[in-house]
Design a protein around this ligand. Structure first.
Ligand code: FES
Length: 240
């Protein structure tokens, strides 16, 4: 009987977590607890605006896409790169270690991160976005996630770790499952430092006006993927 691709993916995530946990246990400097810790949320199928499954091959290398997960008001960057994205060990602001997951898809190059800046929680809105995928600088990856607010920069090829600016921790990783038979993608949870409590507290009224829905409404069985350019009407350019 053919193996279930979802089961295979879950096994791969556990294997990555076990490797990282082993490395941390040897290093012994920080509490070895969070390697396998995943904040599970209801599984959401990524779809296009017509409700058709968003196939992984529709992503464009180096172009940012967005969807809202795990809540209808919490945006997520969906990114594909030219090369495989390896899992990486990272630490949250409160010193919890975790394994930012490897890329998924045929080339293991697709990753997703919360688009809520870990500094002062700027995020893409329908009107404007101050945080986005931009050209990397000298010594950086070819593309970085840059927040214009205070110039925090994150490396999406290394788990969205902080490479510049005041952000105190990486962007939270959003866990994806990829079905090799159908090329479909699901979001299934997060790993790393979630900012949702602070985000919903800070922007309660604004979010309600923007989304028209009650706060902390879970995304549901499907989430719509959009090119970043369509998600926000204006993308603020900023320089370091
Ligand atoms: S809000 Fe993003 S760097 Fe300050």
């Amino acid at each position: 009987m053919a193996a279930d691709p979802d089961d295979e993916h879950r096994r791969e995530l556990m294997r990555q977590a076990a490797c990282v946990a082993g490395a941390w246990a040897l290093a012994g400097a920080l509490p070895a607890v969070a390697a396998g810790e995943v904040q599970r949320y209801p599984r959401s199928l990524l779809v296009d605006r017509h409700g058709e499954p968003w196939l992984a091959r529709r992503l464009k290398v180096g172009e940012a896409f967005l969807f809202d997960y795990p809540y209808t008001a919490s945006p997520v960057f969906l990114l594909d790169f030219e090369r495989e994205v390896k899992p990486v060990e990272l630490v949250t602001q409160d010193k919890q270690r975790y394994a930012a997951p490897a890329g998924v898809g045929a080339n293991r190059s697709i990753v997703a991160f919360s688009a809520i800046c870990a500094h002062k929680l700027m995020y893409p809105t329908p009107a404007i976005s101050f945080i986005g995928l931009r050209k990397g600088g000298r010594g950086e990856s070819a593309q970085v996630i840059h927040c214009c607010g205070d110039n925090s920069r994150y490396d999406p090829l290394r788990g969205a770790r902080v490479i510049g600016g005041p952000a105190p921790q990486p962007l939270a990783a959003v866990l994806l499952e990829w079905d090799s038979a159908t090329d479909r993608l699901h979001a299934v949870g997060t790993r790393g430092g979630e900012m949702f409590d602070a985000f919903f507290e800070k922007y309660a009224m604004k979010l309600e006006l923007e989304t028209g829905s009650s706060l902390r409404k879970l995304s549901g069985p499907t989430v719509i993927v959009q090119p970043a350019a369509r998600y926000s009407r204006q993308w603020r350019s900023c320089s370091v």
